[in-house]
Write a protein that binds this ligand. Structure first.
Ligand SMILES: NC(=O)C1=CN([C@@H]2O[C@H](COP(=O)(O)OP(=O)(O)OC[C@H]3O[C@@H](n4cnc5c(N)ncnc54)[C@H](OP(=O)(O)O)[C@@H]3O)[C@@H](O)[C@H]2O)[C@@H](O)CC1
Ligand SMILES: Nc1ncnc2c1ncn2[C@@H]1O[C@H](COP(=O)(O)OP(=O)(O)O)[C@@H](O)[C@H]1O
Ligand SMILES: [Mg+2]
Length: 297
């Protein structure tokens, strides 16, 4: 999985300099749809979010908040039992399952459109076992969003990836572990070269998060044009993973849904940062329904 430094340079040398397309406000009207009258919760997708160990419960709660406030029809949060009451204080719309009950986890995810795994999952034996169970259970028609600790686990255990629609959301250190491209060498060309070599053929989408996040897809590469240092707070990426899951569960074009989620997350932060020194992840989620209403088409 991980490229040797010489292979990275080889890809880089073979690759033409390529400009990434800007992600602009237009992606919202291309993606966020006015809801049809004849619809119900099943119309807007089912998502399971898996993560949140005893120390990182906040991560999966923030992620669940992102998915629910983005408008997904049905949400189940699969986490350590110590997080159940906090989860329900923050987001009673989410159902709960204990992540230690792997047979129940397998049965539940068979019924999902989208599965998010990794936010606050941790990297111990239990986390690895759960990740392997999920990889063995997902089907090619499901979408799997892979974040945080799940990316660390894939890289450190050299796991084979399942044949499903994969969306990875690494920050720069996680991308270094996944791709072999060191943070100091990460730029549009090296990132794209590594993506082309490792992820393009399988049709995966990779969201390389930074102050100007890049979205690498089989049909093109894109760079975010909005966002603020007021977003530099733990949980901000967990929230984005939840919003991405919520958007891909509802909107037909998966690539556009990811681009729109990345733009929305940062555009809301920009709006809040006009009056706030720091923007908290849950505030972005809480602003989603109004922001999406203003930008539906
Ligand atoms: N409330 C909760 O429950 C929260 C739970 N969380 C969950 O915790 C789990 C681990 O999360 P994680 O990997 O983000 O954190 P961590 O183990 O500190 O490793 C980061 C290392 O990478 C380095 N680094 C370098 N560049 C970087 C960059 N651009 N962006 C980020 N890091 C960068 C960084 O360098 P340093 O900051 O030390 O200079 C450090 O050495 C994961 O499951 C996540 O979901 C978090 O979401 C927080 C809120
Ligand atoms: N200076 C910044 N400008 C814009 N966005 C930022 C900045 N710093 C962080 N972010 C955003 O915050 C999120 C951080 O993700 P991540 O490191 O995975 O957070 P966590 O794991 O703590 O939830 C990404 O979406 C990133 O684009
Ligand atoms: Mg993260």
């Amino acid at each position: 999985m991980i490229l040797a430094q010489s292979q990275i340079l080889q890809c880089y040398n073979n690759f033409e300099v390529n400009e990434m397309k800007p992600i602009t406000k237009k992606i919202l009207q291309d993606t966020i749809r006015i809801r049809p009258t004849q619809s119900f919760k099943g119309t807007y997708g089912k998502i399971a979010l898996i993560g949140g160990n005893q120390n990182f419960g906040g991560a999966i709660i923030m992620s669940s908040l992102g998915a629910v406030y983005a408008g997904v029809g049905l949400t189940t949060t699969i986490t350590d039992s110590s997080n159940q009451s906090s989860l329900h204080n923050w987001v009673p719309e989410a159902m709960y399952l204990d992540y230690h009950d792997e047979p129940a986890v397998k049965a539940l995810i068979a019924n999902m459109d989208v599965i998010n795994i990794g936010s606050g999952l941790g990297t111990d034996e239990k986390s690895l076992s759960l990740l392997k169970t999920v990889f063995a259970s997902v089907s090619p028609t499901q979408i799997l969003v892979v974040d945080g600790s799940a990316i660390d686990l894939i890289a450190s255990n050299n796991l084979s990836l399942p044949k499903t629609k994969l969306i990875f959301t690494p920050h720069q250190m996680e991308w270094q572990k996944l791709s072999g491209v060191k943070i100091k060498d990460q730029n549009e060309n090296t990132n794209l070269a590594a993506y082309n070599n490792l992820f393009k053929q399988q049709g995966s989408i990779v969201v390389v998060k930074s102050h100007r996040t890049q979205v690498l897809t089989p049909t093109g590469s894109f760079v975010n044009t909005v966002g603020t240092p007021a977003q530099a707070t733990g949980g901000m990426g967990d929230t984005l993973a939840g919003i991405i899951g919520g958007f891909v569960a509802q909107f037909e074009n998966t690539e556009n849904a990811v681009l729109a989620a990345v733009y929305t997350h940062s555009a809301i932060a920009d709006e809040l940062a006009k009056k706030q020194y720091v923007v908290l992840p849950h505030q972005i989620s809480e602003a989603l329904p109004q922001f999406m209403k203003k930008n539906e088409a």
